[in-house]
Design a protein around this ligand. Sequence first.
Ligand SMILES: [Zn+2]
Length: 89
Amino acid sequence: MLTCKEVLDSLSDYLDADMKEELISEVKRHIGSCSDCRAEFDTLTMTLKLYKHEHAEPTVMPVGCHDRLVKVLELEKLRSKGAPPPKMV
Ligand SMILES: [Zn+2]
């Protein structure tokens, strides 16, 4: 059985997904029965989520993709006007 100190010490490993399976289940069991550690765990996971969210790449489009799309749309516009297709460089 893990002590509170051992659980708290290993929480960062747990959050880094750098923990052995059997230790994870031990930590989870401890957190399930110890409100102090559960509170600590919740705080850490929430902080980590916020951190990841703030530093996440915008999920709109990968770099360069938007420019390509704009070019395609411009070509379509030219074509619908009856202009000759521009030469590909
Ligand atoms: Zn505890």
